[in-house]
Design a protein around this ligand. Sequence first.
Ligand code: SIN
Ligand code: MN
Length: 275
Amino acid sequence: MSTPLPGFEDFKDFEGPASAKGPGRPGVSGGRGGSDGLGGAVVSSESGGRHSPETDQSPARHDGWREIAPGAVHVPGWLTMAQQRELVAACRGWARGPAPIRHTKLPRGGVMSVQTVCIGWHWQPYAYTRTADDVNGARVPEFPWWMVELGRRALVEAYQDTAAGDGYTPDTALINFYDDQAKLGMHQDKEERSGAPVVSLSIGDTCVFRFGNTETRTKPYTDIELASGDLFVFGGPSRFAYHGVPKVRPGTGDPASGLAGGRLNITMRVTGLDR
Ligand code: SIN
Ligand code: MN
């Protein structure tokens, strides 16, 4: 695509350096959830009823925590605004290269409306490689350890289990940028040779996220709204469920995230592939 799309220019040309340490622990300030000062979110009276603080060491549950299907959990407002800004800055760095963000070409001649850049492993339909062979052949950046840790904390939060992140070592992330018109059709994430969960983080404009079933790209499915800072995890029986993004709601994001327009989504995965 030679013509920059609205939002993309802003996304790609940001000059801020990516943080070396990466975003810190979610829940320590801001966002839609509160903090208990220990890195856990404060549990509201509506959502916290099931835990006894003296006997139960389960992570506190964020407001709005919701299981959409078995193993598929939505945690609204998980990332603080500061963490969103750090993620946006890191993603802008990766979007510049060594293999720049691009509209992925599909084998039958189509082009995806979403723009994607990868870290750890490069995904192109329908395989992972270490080099971005459909872009410029460059090796993709290392998957940073801070993002592994963020992924582990995401699983603890989503599954409300302090051990849920143990041993989780995502080694790739697809970073998708959606302008106002971009959509993503119903698909499965199935190039990975691992059943480990997918951790999805959203920043910027709200989208309609369609989460379906493992058998068909059609109904039954559930439409939810993923807003800036939201976490969505799909694993277990839902790991290979069809999902997609039928609509982005332009102008719904807060520029304080570092994204003036559009939607950024990061999905961490375990490829199950060797070094
Ligand atoms: C994806 O399915 O890979 C991305 C999902 C999203 O943008 O929320
Ligand atoms: Mn997907």
